[in-house]
Design a protein. Structure first.
Lengths: 396, 82, 295
């Protein structure tokens, strides 16, 4: 059934189709509409779940942790400062091997306080052992939520998964969205049935103190799971989703007009939209250009990305965040994957990899700016796009 | 892949903390015991057990803190050299 | 030879004479095997679940330092959703640091939302697991490593945060204090609390031989002295109304309590006169508030 709704509302209604039993909620712009819609669905009896109005995001994530530990599917959503406040809990959920699904509505990080979109919040947590998926549009945001539960809850995986959507652009934008029937979702996503839980009939201890003789293997196990089971599951689930819901799901990344591309853009999230428009325009002009849109950021599909990009002459990475004092996070992952691929394949020439930092704090990135980037001759690993000199100078 | 991060119940019983004692241990005389069970209720290790008027500390776990000797209202427990 | 019904077994690595280990055992044995325990970081979870050993015979989860109450809120909500909360107790417990300081927000949230959870604070009056640093429940004049006694200091500067009053302000259905020297009373309080529906709080004073500088064999005597000097009143509130107080014909002098603990040795000296006066004032307040003296 197709509807034209605000992104946050569409996501909330899709989450409701996934039958979570516990929802924890704490307000922060621009994700609040998601939890508000979920509250409304619970209040109307359309979603049978416990709705817990927690007193901070740290508790929101902890509440989800407790619920999944007790054997019930749980969900929360947050942004920016809230995500950073949850940071230690996310590491904790991953380390405890529990499958939580959280939506991060990407927003810039204080200070200065800024409520508009960039991806700095989530990239800061890329080391935590959390599966990170990025949606380009609202339909994909909904589709990824359904898949997120299935991936996270796989008994061989049992890791948290965060679905990322660009704040305001996807949360407050309106798009027509196809909502699947409840029966179809139920068939695709079986009830949560964990291999271990807090059960008085089988009393287990979770979260013990582990010394140097034991800790390392826990990280090794998550790394192996990320690189093997998670990657495989994401592809399987995307394929199954495509079949069951008759709608393409990309899995690890989307290759847009890549085949003979000499220049390949790499980006994640909604900025892929205008980039695709520019790619189309350039292709009209017979330019050999394409876009590799990263859908799964963690685990980073390093081998696969390296293979695709190594054939290009030039790779342009668009980051909506910056590791201050270094480069864009996506840029770093892309450079690594190209280098590793060339090392394995003993390739003698590497493509030029140029990095751009765009859209921080919600600054608009226009198609013209993207075209200018394409025509840029100078090399730079982390060039900020659209710096306004009049805002710089003395501190006052 | 998983690392073994979850524990089944009461594996702590494999840790015989009786080795912590430094020369003294409780001796239950079984002479004046009234069966009040204060020793059982006051032991930080929970290693005192028994029934009716006969209780003993499990020396595999007893750390020799001496609390049981102190709380027995009829002085039926003493500390002795090991 | 261990009693097999014990739900918190020996083999834990608590210090010899640790009251918190005793209190934890008394609590869970009173609560019974249909209980899920959620524990903040602190001595208790460290000494009872050091891999590969666990002392727990009930489902147990340790997450972080400040979120036991939030995790427990999630557990309780999950059990509600499954329709099985009626028969299962949920306990969220922490030391004084994890309860009154870093974890207070989450406990406040749990209490305010009215979750059916028994919250317990094992109060050894400092951050003991990290080596005896002062917390908000460290009484005035106490020597800790971050409020040490020195040439220009008589120890901690503030009195204890009053968790009982904070719990009552949150309208907890059951609020009580307990002591390990009265184990049956402690267990009765746990059992009574668990019969009531809603957020419950029990504050247990847990003497710590290492941190308090007392002898392991003195632990029960220290707990008794705390109560019998009027410092730690044993009280019980049901639905906000004071229903039980342990009364005395007369109270022991506070010096009886100080004498047993090296952390208070400076309070027996003349220079500490003013600080000791403050202790006596606080005890007087307890006497008036709870009518500790029998008429």
């Amino acid at each position: 059934m197709k509807e034209f709704l605000e992104g946050a509302v569409s996501i909330a209604r899709t989450v409701a189709l996934c039958r979570p039993g516990v929802i924890s909620a704490y307000p922060i712009t621009p994700q609040t509409h998601i939890v508000e819609e979920l509250a409304s669905l619970v209040a109307d009896g359309r979603l049978k779940a416990e709705f817990v109005n927690v007193e901070s995001e740290h508790s929101a994530a902890s509440c989800v942790l407790g619920a999944v530990a007790a054997g019930v599917r749980a969900y929360s959503s947050t942004s920016s400062q809230g995500l950073l406040l949850m940071a230690e809990v996310l590491f904790n959920i991953a380390g405890l091997r529990l499958p939580a699904v959280i939506c991060c509505v990407n927003r810039a990080v204080s200070a200065p306080i800024n409520i508009w979109n960039d991806q700095q919040d989530i990239v800061t947590l890329r080391d935590a052992g959390v599966i990170l998926l990025f949606a380009e549009n609202i339909q994909e945001a909904c589709d990824l939520h359904i898949q997120a539960f299935k991936i996270a809850e796989d008994p061989q995986i049992m890791l948290p998964c965060i679905v990322n959507i660009d704040g305001y652009i996807l949360s407050h934008g309106y798009e027509p969205v196809e909502f699947p029937a409840q029966e179809l979702v139920d068939k695709f996503l079986p009830p949560y049935n964990p291999p271990y839980k807090l059960d008085v009939n089988n009393p287990l201890t979770l979260g013990s103190l582990m010394g140097p003789e034991y800790y390392l293997e826990t990280r090794y196990a998550i790394q192996q799971t990320m690189n093997n089971e998670v990657k495989r599951k994401i592809l399987d689930v995307a394929e199954e989703f495509t079949k069951v819901f008759s709608r393409k799901s990309f899995g690890l990344f989307e290759e847009y007009k890549i085949q003979d591309a000499e220049t390949i853009f790499v980006a994640m999230g909604s900025i892929a939209g205008p980039i695709k428009d520019v790619v189309d325009e350039l292709r009209e002009k017979k330019e050999k250009v394409g876009l590799l849109r990263i859908v799964t950021y963690r685990p980073f599909p390093s081998e696969e990305v390296g293979k695709v990009l190594s054939n290009a002459q030039r790779v342009i990475v668009i980051d909506k965040s910056i590791s201050l004092g270094s480069y864009g996070p996506l840029y770093q992952d892309v450079v690594n994957s190209i280098y590793l691929n060339c090392q394995i394949g003993n390739q003698k020439t590497l493509p030029k990899v140029i990095g751009y930092i765009c859209g921080l704090g919600g600054r608009d990135v226009s198609k013209e700016e993207i075209s200018e980037i394409y025509n840029e001759k100078e090399f730079s690993p982390a060039k900020f796009v659209g710096v306004k000199k009049e805002n710089l100078g003395n501190f006052i | 892949m998983f690392a073994k991060i979850i524990l089944p119940p009461a594996t702590g019983l494999k840790n015989k903390t009786g080795s912590w004692r430094t020369g003294k241990r409780p001796k239950f005389l079984h002479k004046n015991c009234t069966g009040c069970r204060l020793c059982y209720l006051s032991c930080p290790e929970g290693c005192i057990s028994g029934s009716k008027k006969e209780y003993n500390a499990d020396l595999d776990y007893c750390k020799g803190c001496g609390i049981c000797v102190r709380v027995c209202p009829v002085n039926d427990i003493v500390m002795e050299q090991e | 030879m261990i009693d097999e019904r014990i739900l918190f077994t020996a083999g834990h690595t608590a210090c010899s004479g640790c009251a918190q280990s005793l209190a934890a055992r008394l609590v869970i044995d009173a609560a019974g095997k249909n209980t899920i325990v959620v524990n903040n970081t602190g001595c208790l979870e460290v000494f009872s679940t050091g891999y590969p050993y666990t002392s727990w015979r009930v489902p147990f989860i340790h997450s972080l330092f400040e979120n036991a109450a939030a995790v427990a809120s999630g557990v309780e909500s999950a059990l509600d959703h499954l329709g099985i909360k009626e028969n299962i107790n949920v306990i969220a417990q922490a030391g004084d640091g994890g309860f009154a300081d870093i974890g207070l927000q989450a406990f406040s949230g749990l209490w305010e939302r009215g979750h059916d959870v028994l919250t317990i604070c094992y109060d050894n009056e400092a951050y003991m697991n990290t080596g005896i640093q002062r917390s908000s429940t460290t009484p005035i004049g106490t020597h800790t490593t971050t409020s040490p006694v020195g040439k220009s200091s008589l120890g901690n500067l503030r009195w204890k945060k009053n968790l009982v009053e904070i719990a009552l302000a949150h309208r907890c259905v059951y609020v009580a204090t307990a002591s390990v020297h009265m184990p049956v009373d402690l267990q009765n309080k746990v059992k009574k609390a668990l019969k009531m529906k809603g957020p419950k709080f029990i504050h247990i004073l847990s003497p710590c031989p290492l941190g308090w500088g007392s002898k392991p064999e003195d632990t029960i005597d220290v707990a008794a002295a705390a109560v019998e000097t009027g410092f730690w009143p044993l009280v019980e509130f049901e639905n906000g109304v004071l229903t039980k107080v342990k009364k005395f014909r007369e109270l022991r002098p506070i010096e009886d309590y100080f004498k047993l603990q090296k952390r208070f040795s400076h309070l027996l000296k003349e220079e500490a006169k003013e600080v000791v006066e403050m202790w006596k004032q606080k005890i007087e307040e307890n006497v008036k508030k709870y009518k500790l003296l029998e008429e």
